[in-house]
Write a protein that binds this ligand. Structure first.
Ligand code: G4P
Length: 528
């Protein structure tokens, strides 16, 4: 197979949802279709069991299993599908944001009863920033839920989507009879006695086919015709270019648990979802079919064994072929690296690969050199855009509890930050270290890992910070900038890359500061 064909057959995507909407169940059903797993429950058993343990142990467990579910690759109808796993826990939202830098498209799962939830809104916002094409799957149709049209309205209002339904439910919950597939103009019926099974897919020749009444009855048939008429009048026809440019979002209905509507979703997905796309770098826009290899690290996974501090760095290949035992240029460190055992991932197992293509993810051994966002190339000094840090939500001073172990503590903090567990800020005034996290849980994780992996003990001290803002000073305002730095010296820090950050203690003080220093820009993310 030629290089271009290898690129064209790849579909690298992520499934995102608010916890419990059915992301894990859907992932599992997709893997079953691809023959990547043999039985239901294989992925699910990895999921954190909610009631069994404390939150913290759940996180540790999730970390332990997440190497095997980080990338779930399988072949389906001559396409190579790479699903990148996104953590469901909200305290790990930033991990998900970063994974979204490595996907070419996204499927959003919505619970039919709950509609658009908070976490969905946040994740979709990130997809919008990154211009990632989105398909929606409305799940749990076997249960009573919101009216299908109300849900479509909700998607438009809350997520600012321009929806285009490609399937539509016939009834819902108790009355759920099946799905009309607008995309392929056929009908799929639920078995009346047993909702766990699809009785059969019935091909009907449009909505006026007399077979329709035979199968779903006159009332349901009339309702469906009316609803499809409304859809045709109100919603735009599917347009692939609009979908690819994020101006339209196709919507499917189904039930992941009952394996209903999933195959339709997958079949449509492989035909419309984008193959690996171009990526913006600091030098130029890089196309996947360029002959030279480029790629970037979007995830670093620490080994669970505290005795071996080896880590696995996940590289998304942007262009060219990645080859085993080739020497590649690490741009930030300006150093050459050769990978003798790069891993490719298949559901539940990893294998050493000799060659990988754009869209693929390879896992490479890292002995503590790499950071999230690092780029590799065949010599060019490229940096990829779009891997920013966001302002954390929680901030605490971190203190060393054992003066004999200060080196270990410093090293542990740096490595955990490189992994993206949290963010470190160093105060300009006194050099004190402040840890910023998305969820309060990460403080426990950091403390535990510092002790168990680095032998260092730490304590925390509360710090009242509202938001971290990256400061951008425009040209010609040096006096104003100096004045700002003098006045706010207590609140200024440097992030891991040495960028200046203003740690404001309240939204009021942030607003006042913005007013007082109008030519200084304050950003909630590190890339602007
Ligand atoms: P998540 O990864 O998005 O957090 O969701 P997950 O797939 O774990 O699904 C959350 C719950 O919703 C699970 O039930 C799952 O079985 C259920 N579910 C998923 N899809 C459907 C569906 O189409 N219909 C119905 N009725 N339920 C669905 P649970 O009781 O929390 O877990 P479990 O005991 O079933 O594993």
């Amino acid at each position: 197979m030629g290089f271009q064909e290898e690129i064209n057959k790849r579909r690298t995507f992520g499934i995102i949802s608010h916890p419990d909407a059915g992301k894990t169940t859907l992932t599992e059903k997709l893997l079953l279709f691809g023959g990547a797993i043999q039985e239901a429950g294989a992925v699910k058993s990895h999921k954190i069991k909610k009631a069994a343990t404390s939150d913290f142990m759940e996180i540790e467990r999730q970390r332990g299993i997440s190497v095997s579910t980080s990338v779930l690759a399988f072949n389906y109808k001559e396409k190579k599908i790479n699903i990148l796993d996104t953590p469901g826990h909200k305290d790990f939202a930033e991990d998900t944001f970063r994974t979204l830098t490595a996907v070419d498209s996204v499927i959003v799962v919505i619970d039919v009863a709950k509609g658009v939830e908070e976490q969905t809104e946040k994740l979709v916002e990130v997809c919008r920033m990154r211009e990632i094409p989105i398909i929606v799957f409305i799940n749990k149709l076997d249960r009573e839920g919101k009216d299908a049209f109300d849900l479509l309205d909700e998607l438009e209002q809350k997520l600012k989507f321009k929806v285009c339904p490609l399937s539509f439910p016939i009834g819902m919950g108790y009355d759920f009879q099946g799905i009309y597939n607008i995309w392929e103009k056929n009908l799929m019926l639920f078995n009346a006695d047993n909702k766990q099974k699809i009785s059969k897919t019935i091909y009907i020749n449009g909505l006026n086919d007399p077979k329709l009444i035979d199968h779903i009855g006159e009332t349901a048939s009339d309702n469906l015709k009316e609803e499809i008429e409304i859809i045709e009048e109100v919603y735009p026809n599917f347009n692939k270019d609009q979908y690819l440019s994020c101006k339209q979002q196709p919507v499917f209905f189904g039930s992941a648990l009952n394996n209903f509507g999933v195959k339709e979703l997958l079949d449509c997905f492989i035909s419309i979802a984008p193959s690996p796309t171009k990526k913006e770098s600091t030098l130029r826009i890089i196309s996947p079919n360029e002959s030279k290899f480029t790629g970037f690290i979007f995830k670093i996974h620490a080994n669970m064994d505290p005795k071996h501090r080896d880590r696995l760095a996940f590289i998304k290949i942007v262009s060219g072929k990645f080859k085993r035992n080739m020497t590649y240029h690490h741009v930030r460190l300006n150093k050459k690296f050769k990978f003798s055992s790069p891993n490719a991932f298949f559901a539940e197992k990893k294998e050493i690969v000799n060659e990988s293509y754009p869209g693929d993810i390879v896992g490479v051994h890292d002995s503590g050199n790499f950071k999230i966002g690092d780029a590799f190339s065949e010599g060019e000094d490229v940096f990829f855009k779009g891997i920013p840090n966001f302002s954390p939500e929680h901030f605490r001073y971190i203190n060393n509890l054992d003066p004999m172990k200060s080196k270990q503590l410093a090293k542990g903090i740096v490595q955990l930050m490189d992994e993206g567990v949290a963010q470190l800020f160093i105060l300009e005034l006194n050099g004190r270290k402040v840890i910023g996290t998305v969820g309060a849980l990460q403080f426990e994780v950091i403390q535990y890992r510092l002790e168990h992996e680095y032998g260092a003990k730490c304590s925390y001290e509360n710090l009242n910070i509202h938001k971290a803002c990256w400061v951008e000073n425009q040209e010609g305002t040096k006096a104003e900038f100096n004045e700002f730095k003098k006045l706010k010296s207590k609140f200024l820090a440097k992030d891991k890359d040495g960028k200046l950050v203003f740690l404001s203690d309240s939204s009021f003080s942030l607003e006042m500061t913005k007013e007082k220093f109008p030519s200084i820009n304050f950003h909630y993310k590190s890339e602007f």
